[in-house]
Design a protein around this ligand. Structure first.
Ligand code: SF4
Length: 75
């Protein structure tokens, strides 16, 4: 049986660092030594449903559209 989960994808080909998204989602994102966001679990960051609105805000406010929120199936 599979279930769906929200996942935040970071496109590092366009991300400029500076970390606005890390300020909006400190529960799931941290900054690396150069200011780029790092998911606590990697490039594709699982987002709990309770943080869906904050994640959408991060997507909407990213100045270079480097974030994508998507729903993925997990086995
Ligand atoms: S808000 Fe966008 S450009 Fe800024 S660090 Fe996050 S993903 Fe990168």
């Amino acid at each position: 049986m599979s279930r769906t989960q929200l996942e935040l994808h970071i496109d590092f080909t366009v991300c400029e660092g500076r970390g606005l998204c890390t300020e909006l989602l400190p529960e799931v994102l941290v900054r690396d030594d150069w200011g780029y966001p790092m998911g606590r679990g990697g490039r594709d960051v699982p987002v709990p449903g309770s943080l869906a609105d904050a994640a959408q805000d991060a997507v909407d406010l990213c100045p270079v559209r480097a974030l994508m929120l998507r729903r993925v199936s997990r086995a």
